[in-house]
Design a protein around this ligand. Structure first.
Ligand code: FAD
Length: 391
């Protein structure tokens, strides 16, 4: 008797594995196949920016290898395997470097997001690292030891750049943070709260350089011991290694080349359904009714809903208010950014590095908040007053 075609999930990050777990709660029979171009180790990506603080290398951050995950999920997991193309009419996948076609009954994109690489010149680009998955992290930690790093230059003062700065300072390294904008976390935090976070990191020894872009990374003449980081204002910083953290972009190319509707992410409705029949998306790659939210809480909500849908019980996803905790213990910070189209104003109460920003509309309704230091204690009380992101 021929087996039915499996449910296929592309990606084994928190979205892919999270969905597989949820699906298996409701359906223990349907064959399940996960395909990933990485090694399939299960890990919690947010831990990558607390590795020095917690003294955890890549092996320590590994929760399970792919074989263990396959057994636990009663699934097949193909690692180091890139999905090259999708034929949504015939419901088949093509893999890179292989002849075989893979049939699916339902297909899920959980392909995540890739780091944006800033255009850089210079002869020392091999010293520029980005850390967006466990394999990157392994390479980075190995390089940190091999190069006996003392001083790190971080390109980008956003969430990831600031978290790495704090973690590296905790690890005993020096950190310079360079960002072309005027304060850190410019897309998430209003300026007074960002200044508090900056002050917290500076008190631990971080140096911020706001305004210039990083243009080049070069070895000084006659030496490969350190690198010189050139900034667009003509200044230069010395470092042993460079970490690039300028942001991520949803991986939409595979879906796009299959003719599936994409915008900033792979476009889905609230069932996580894409424009192609029996094809779904969730996690960092997805744009759910206009929302691209590259955080864990939304992908877990999506996994719970989609797990039911794939098991035959169509379930829409709702997003409650989901404040983001910035892992900068030098200045604890929580932010619930107002919706892009929200109309209102920030009001602040400021007391050193304790800042409380509330974003309210004319009627006085709370639409967002940003809290640092002691003010983070207000998180629960304020969160209750926020409207859901997607009711
Ligand atoms: P990913 O984990 O990127 O998984 C994508 C998967 O798709 C991978 O397995 C990859 O191999 C596979 N893949 C892609 N294309 C193909 C293909 N063509 N063929 C086969 N396989 C493919 N969020 C929070 O909420 N709180 C935090 O504190 C927080 N901290 C963070 C700290 C860091 C350093 C980083 C980088 C992110 C952080 N985030 C945080 C964001 C959060 O980690 C992500 O939103 C989440 O992990 C995304 O999971 P994902 O499964 O969608 O994507």
């Amino acid at each position: 008797e021929a087996q039915p075609a499996p449910v296929v999930i592309i990606g084994t990050g928190l979205a892919g594995y999270g969905l597989a777990r949820e699906f298996r709660k409701h359906d223990s029979d349907t064959p399940l196949l996960l395909i990933t171009e990485d090694d399939g180790r299960a890990y919690s990506k947010p831990m990558l920016s607390t590795g020095y603080t917690k003294n955890a290398d890549a092996a320590a951050l590994t929760q399970s290898d792919a074989g263990t995950m396959a057994a636990n999920l009663d699934a097949s997991i193909w690692t180091m395997t890139r999905v090259q193309a999708v034929d949504t009419a015939r419901k088949v996948l093509r893999l890179a470097d292989r002849e075989t076609e893979v049939h699916y009954t339902a297909l899920v994109f959980a392909t995540g997001a890739s780091v944006i690489r800033p255009p850089l010149g210079g002869n020392a680009l091999e010293r520029v690292y980005s850390v967006n998955d466990l394999m990157d992290y392994d390479d980075f930690r190995t390089a940190m030891e091999r190069l006996a790093v003392k001083r790190v230059a971080i390109i980008g003062g956003g969430l990831i750049g600031c978290e790495f700065a704090n973690d590296l300072l905790n690890g005993g390294f020096e950190a310079d943070v360079i960002d072309p904008l005027q304060h850190c976390l410019p897309t998430l935090l209003p300026e007074p709260c960002a200044r508090a976070l900056q002050a917290g990191l500076e008190a631990k020894g971080a140096r911020f350089h706001f305004g210039p872009l990083v243009t080049e990374v070069n070895y000084p003449a006659g030496s490969t011991d350190t690198v010189q980081v050139s900034l667009s204002d003509g200044s230069m910083l010395d470092a042993d290694i460079v970490v690039s953290a300028v942001g991520v972009r949803p991986n939409i190319e595979l879906a796009k080349s299959a003719g599936i509707a994409v915008n900033r992410g792979i476009v889905t409705d609230r069932l996580l359904k894409t424009s192609a029949p029996d094809v779904y998306a969730l996690g960092d790659c997805a744009e759910v009714e206009g929302h691209v939210l590259v955080y864990v809480a939304p992908l877990m909500a999506a996994a719970r809903a989609l797990g039911k849908t794939l098991a035959g019980e169509p379930t829409t996803v709702s997003y409650p208010a989901m404040p983001v905790t910035i892992k900068v213990p030098a200045c604890p910070t929580v932010v619930a950014p107002p919706a892009e189209d929200a109309e209102g104003e920030w009001q602040f109460s400021l007391d050193g590095t304790n800042t409380q920003g509330e974003y309210r509309n004319e009627a006085g309704d709370l639409l967002g908040f940003a809290l640092t230091g002691e003010a983070t204690k207000q998180k629960m009380a304020l969160q209750k007053q926020l409207p859901p992101i997607m009711a």
